[in-house]
Write a new protein. Structure first.
Length: 442
């Protein structure tokens, strides 16, 4: 067993000989065997124990037992008590999820504060199979089929090479003391059901199940690497970034081998789920315009693209510009303001600069985002009135682009749809005496 764990650690590059490791020890047979092997291998380690207060006096006795083991090995010991049931009620989650969250958060704090390189848990091959079966039953992608990884961030699992029976046999042979958790014998938790009822059936079908599991996990891991490689290539072909937004080309997405899977993988970092992906795929064949929301982002179905942007707070921002102001900063950039007498050479195609007849302007000016119901008289349209919304639609701006359009007002009248068009009523003419120049700097 010692040679096996040393080989597994070396093959998977889990730790170097001089690195300190914090062992998560419950007192059960798995974690006690892990302690024994680390001690035999002469690794430098500490022991951490979580008391979840779920089994009354038994939980306290586990903590005392583990503390004595740390003293026997003469290694640093850390422990904590959690009000797990209270945490469950407050966060409306299962006991298992609560225990996992509390445990790993605390272990990471102890690891970083005490200069341990990694946290080691006693997960083994049976745990990995249970995870695969549980994920498959609940519904998962390819990630859910690779089981428990030997290393993930700062957490390592040095016993993943071993079957539960092998660990128990080794503990008995080496006379390693451990504590029995009575809850492991019940079917209270879903994983216990898999452990007690599903895996024995699979072992009756295939007596070499541990070996088969190891081989299959290796194949799945390799398949997953190929999967991610293909996704990255396809993503480069169908996505692009414009003005801080992320664009997914609909035509190329539909032509891909697996549009739903590809879209899910692209949008997964933005916290969208499978149901939303299905709705998005279905919406492609319908009218553009719907927006889908995750906790952090929005996806707009435009004419030829899905467009992704980060959620931003919605509030009414207004900036007042007085006659003596020369510059004002707002979310879109900066406006520089000058009063001049010489007549400029300009075109209505100029979008970053606006020139106004000072006699037609009334200060203070108001700078704000456009809103529904706004209208103006776009220069170059013979004084015709037009709603700002219709004007922006005619420019073929998508909904996200429309959301960041600002307008400049004089006495309640829009004189400039910034970066797009001035208002006819405020333009300069041949007889102008004084000109207001407003220039946008992004």
């Amino acid at each position: 067993m010692l040679k096996k764990i040393q080989k597994f650690i070396f093959d998977n590059q889990l730790i170097q000989n001089d690195e300190k490791v914090l062992l998560a020890v419950s007192g059960g047979v798995d974690s006690m065997v892990l302690c024994h092997l680390f001690h035999q291998a002469k690794f430098e380690f500490g022991i951490a124990h979580c008391n979840f207060k779920l089994r009354e006096s038994e939980s306290d006795e586990d903590a005392i037992f583990v503390k004595k083991i740390a003293q026997t090995y003469q290694v640093p010991f850390f422990d904590i008590e959690f009000e797990t049931n209270k945490y469950v009620k407050e966060n409306k989650i299962s006991v298992q999820v609560a225990a996992r969250d509390l445990r790993y958060d605390w272990l990471e704090k102890i690891r970083s504060k005490n200069d341990f390189r990694y946290i080691a848990t006693a997960h083994h091959l049976d745990d990995s199979l249970e995870t695969i079966l549980y994920n498959f039953t609940k519904g998962c992608g390819i990630r859910g089929l690779h089981g428990i990884l030997p290393k993930k961030n700062k957490v390592i699992r040095p016993l993943l090479f071993s079957h539960k029976k092998e660990i128990s046999h080794f503990a008995k042979k080496q006379k390693i003391a451990f504590r029995e958790d009575a809850s492991n014998a019940t079917d209270k938790y879903a994983r216990n059901n898999i452990r007690h009822h599903v895996i024995p059936v699979l072992e009756s079908i295939n007596p070499s199940l541990p070996k088969t599991i190891t081989e299959n996990i290796k194949r799945i891991n390799e398949t997953e690497q190929l999967f991610h490689y293909a996704i990255s290539l396809l993503q480069k072909e169908i996505t692009e970034q414009r003005k801080g937004h992320f664009y997914i080309h609909l035509g190329k997405l539909k032509a891909s081998p697996a549009p739903s899977t590809l879209l899910f993988e692209i949008l997964r970092p933005f916290n969208f789920n499978n149901n939303q992906i299905a709705q998005m795929i279905d919406s492609i064949e319908h009218q553009a315009g719907p927006i889908f929301f995750s906790s952090t982002h929005q996806v707009l179905l435009d004419r030829d693209f899905f467009i992704i942007k980060k959620n931003t707070p919605i509030f009414d921002q207004r900036f007042i510009i007085n006659k003596n102001d020369t510059q004002i900063t707002f979310p879109k950039g900066q406006l520089s303001i000058k009063i001049k007498s010489e007549k400029p050479n300009f075109s209505i195609k100029e979008k970053q600069i606006a020139y106004f007849d000072m006699e037609k302007i009334q200060f203070p000016l108001t700078l704000r985002k456009w809103k529904a119901g706004d209208y103006f008289h776009p220069i170059g349209m013979n004084g015709q009135r037009k709603k700002v919304k219709k004007f922006l639609t005619d420019l073929k701006l998508n909904r996200f682009e429309k959301e960041v359009i600002w307008v400049l007002e004089s006495d309640g009248e829009i004189c400039w749809v910034i970066s797009n068009r001035m208002d006819e009523r405020f333009k300069i003419n041949e007889e102008v005496n004084s000109i207001l120049e407003v220039r946008l700097k992004n």
